[in-house]
Design a protein around this ligand. Sequence first.
Ligand SMILES: [Zn+2]
Length: 446
Amino acid sequence: MTPQSGPDESQTAALLRAVDGLRDEMTAELQELVSIPSVNPKYPGIEYDEHVGFEGQATARLAQLYERAGARVDIFAVESGRENAIGTLGTGDGPSLVYNGHVDVVPEGDPATWTIAPPFSGELRGERMYGRGTADQKSGLVAQAFAGLALHRAGIRLAGSLQLQCVVGEETGDHACGSGAVADRGYLGDAVVVSEPSAPPTPLSIAPIGPGLLWFSVTVTGKKAHSALRGATIHSTRAGEVHGVNAIDKAFLVYQGLRALEQEWAQTQRHPMWANGHFALLPGAIRGGPGTLTVPFSLSDSATIEYAVQYHPDREGSEVQAEIQAAIDRAADADPWLRVNRPVCEWKLDWEPFATDKGADISQQLADSYRSATVGTGFPADVAWTGFYGVCDATVFTRRGIPSVVFGPGDLHNAHTEDEWVDLDEVWLAARTYALLAARWCGIRK
Ligand SMILES: [Zn+2]
C-alpha cells in the first residue's frame, strides 16, 4: 500500500456536486429497493420457499447501479436466489477500500400494526421514508452505491480500488451465504466500512467497535397435573411436588438468576463507548404450557425462555457462555426439583464482537471525510463515536485482520420494529461522506 494523493479542491467540489445532483435519483432508487420484500428466508418463523428469491432481486438492482458506476460486477450465490454482488471500481495497486451492506431485512410482522404506511411502501412523509429496510439497511447500501456513481459522474478515477459489496443473510448471521462467502471469494481490502445504521446516539455516528451476541434457549421441565392441584403442589405443608410441578414457575427461578447476573453486569461490564448497563441478557421469547395446550387447566410440563445476550467486546463468547451456565446452575442448585431435573440450555449462536482502534487510519479518515461532507448541509461537523448497538458483518472482516468500522444512515431505535424509517438528509450526507472517503482513501489516478 503506497500513499496516494487525494482529490484536490476542484475535484472535491465536483464530487460533492455530483452526489447532490444524484439526490432525487437516490431517493427514488431507495424507494424501489424497499418495495422488494427481501425478508431473510432463514429468519426463524419464516417459510423459506415463500421468501427465497427476493434478496436476489434486490441484489440485482444494486448490481445495476454498480454497473452504471463503471464497476466490474461479480454476482454469485451460495444458495440459489440469494445472490451477493460485488462491484469493483478502480484497477490500481493503491489502497483498497470495501463498502459493505446487507440487502436482507427482518420480517415485517403483522402489516396491520404499521400505523403510518404499509411495510414495503417506501412512502415519503416530509424528509422521512417509511418501510422495512429503510434504516436497516437499504439506505446505507444505496448511499454507498451512489457514492460510486458520483465518483464516476465526476470523472474521478481511483488509484486504488473501491469494492461495493451487497450481501445477503446478515440478519441471521448466515455468513456462509453472505459476507463470509464474499470474503472467502477473495473480496477483501485494506479497510471496511459497513453501512449499518450507526445512530444512536446521534445520526451518522461512527462505531469502530461492536458487542458480541449469544443466542440460547433454556428449557425446564415440570410434571403435569390438574390445575386444581396447584395449591397442593406449591405449599410446603401440603403434598408438594409429588403431585405435580409447574414448569412455568421453575422457569422464573432461572429468569431470576439471569436477571441477577444482568444486574451484576451493569456494575462490572463497562466500556467507555457505551452507556453503563448496555451489556444485557434479554429474555426475548417465552413459551410453556401443558404439552401443546395453551390453556391454564393443567400444570405446565415444559417452559422455554429464549435469550439474546449482548456481551462486552473484550470477552470471548465461550467465557460468557460458561458464566451464564454457572448462573443457571446456581439457580437450579437452590431448588429441590431443578437440582434433579436440570435446566437444559441450547446454544444457538455466538456472533463475535468486532473492534477497530478509534485512532486507526480508517476511523480517522472517515471522521475527516464526514466533517468535510457536512459543510453547507446544516449537520453538526462534530462526529459522535459510539459502540455499535447491534452485531453486524464487520466481525467477518476484523476476524480476517482488516480494520472495519460501522457508519450509515438510520437509527437502530426504529429498526426491527413497525414504522421503520430513515431520514433522507442523513442518506444524502452518508453518500457525500462515502464519496469523499473513497477518493481520499484510494487516491486519485493522475
Ligand atoms: Zn442490519
